[in-house]
Design a protein around this ligand. Structure first.
Ligand code: AHG
Ligand code: MN
Ligand code: MN
Length: 348
């Protein structure tokens, strides 16, 4: 089998389509290099003093893990000086980060989740890095970028991807021309293209949701999960399987590989009333990848990438994965009578 490196793959993309300008290619190379460094740190575990938490919370009110902070710094250092970014934003930083004046500024905005699934770090389960690239507004060239410049719907993303640090370290990317996966060759330090044009099977019998939150769900999700659990004897006339890793990256990676749906709905809890996952650096990039792979991604009400953002750290309900199954869940949300009752008569 011909071993095509990420660098060669990106250069070929640049030559064959308008989707990949040189600056964006450089940005993706920088992200790949930074993810390689993060992978190395994750892999050291207790030997590298990277496990455990620090005595600080982030803007989400979550206790920061050492790796959250380290990965954030690696991404910041890698991206600051290359001249491809106008500014960047991170789950681990309340405010956007402007490119210092000593460096040239570029045409793109980058947002990322440095370590996704960080509660899994200390127990040696898969974690990842998620990122999204947006164009900087044209009028931003001669002035300081503001948070408002980042608040563009996911449809405007020009690239998105994640790295997964699991048994294998992989990078999964889209620039709007399908979804492509690269495996890190740990001996040579090279990313090798191992799958082009990933597609998610339209049908699936596997769902991912944190069942411990079921008492907080709204009727649409409760009905959907009840129907899955009812199996062959229920209205779906088939048995379902359930998986929940606690790392969105790992769950989405499984879905890109063999289908399924991932659900983190808005629910009745105060902290999750509009969803737990963050629109700009979790939901949007994953929605872009999933749609590019032939799947669907919705809040339950509208496609995730059509949500008009109101804040960098805004949260959103997420339902994504196999097309037919996501369609079915959306129909559960839509299945309301005009008086605000669902089919079973529960008040919505
Ligand atoms: P992060 O580690 O970046 O805060 O993200 C964790 C997210 C996501 O990866 C995962 O699907 C979800 O939180 C798990 O949440 P619960 O612990 O509520 O199941
Ligand atoms: Mn996350
Ligand atoms: Mn995170």
């Amino acid at each position: 089998m011909e071993r095509k490196t990420l660098t060669r793959f990106l250069i070929e993309q640049q030559r064959s389509s308008q989707a990949l300008p040189a600056q964006l290619r450089l940005l993706l190379e920088v992200m790949a290099r930074a993810c390689k460094m993060i992978s190395h740190a994750v892999g050291k575990g207790a030997l590298g003093d990277v496990l455990g938490s620090i005595d600080r919370t982030n803007v989400q009110g979550e206790v920061q893990k050492k790796l959250d902070v380290l990965a954030n710094e690696i991404l910041l250092d890698a991206n600051e000086w290359g001249g491809h970014l106008a500014a960047l934003g991170s789950e681990e930083m309340e405010a956007i980060h402007l490119i210092p004046n000593r460096y040239p500024k570029g045409e793109y905005l980058l947002v990322y989740d440095p370590i996704d699934g960080s509660s899994n770090v200390d127990v040696d389960l898969s974690v990842g890095t998620i990122f999204s690239v947006l164009p900087a507004p044209e009028d931003a060239a001669g002035r300081a970028v503001t948070e408002a410049d980042f608040l563009q719907p996911g449809r405007r993303q020009v690239a998105a991807g994640y790295a997964i640090y699991g048994p294998q370290t992989m990078l999964v990317l889209t620039v709007g021309t399908g979804v492509h996966a690269f495996t890190l060759d740990r001996e040579t330090g090279t990313w090798i293209c191992t799958q082009e044009n990933l597609t998610i099977p339209a049908e699936s019998r596997e769902f991912a949701i944190n069942m411990a939150n079921s008492r907080h769900w709204d009727p649409a999700i409760r009905r959907y999960v009840d129907e899955c659990i009812a199996g062959a004897q229920g209205p779906r006339a088939g048995d379902f399987n359930m998986r929940w890793t606690g790392s969105m990256v790992a769950d989405v990676h499984r879905i890109l590989g063999r289908g399924g749906v991932f659900i983190y709905p808005a629910d009745g809890r105060d902290a999750v009333r509009s969803g737990k996952l963050r629109l700009m650096y979790e939901a949007n990039p994953m929605a872009f990848l999933v749609e590019q792979a032939g799947g669907l991604a919705t809040t339950g009400e509208i496609p995730i990438m059509d949500v008009e953002p109101t804040g960098l750290h805004q949260r959103v309900g997420v339902v994504l994965g196999s097309r037919d199954e996501v369609d079915y869940i959306a129909s559960c949300y839509g299945d309301r009578s005009p008086d605000g009752h669902d089919r079973e008569g529960a008040t919505i």
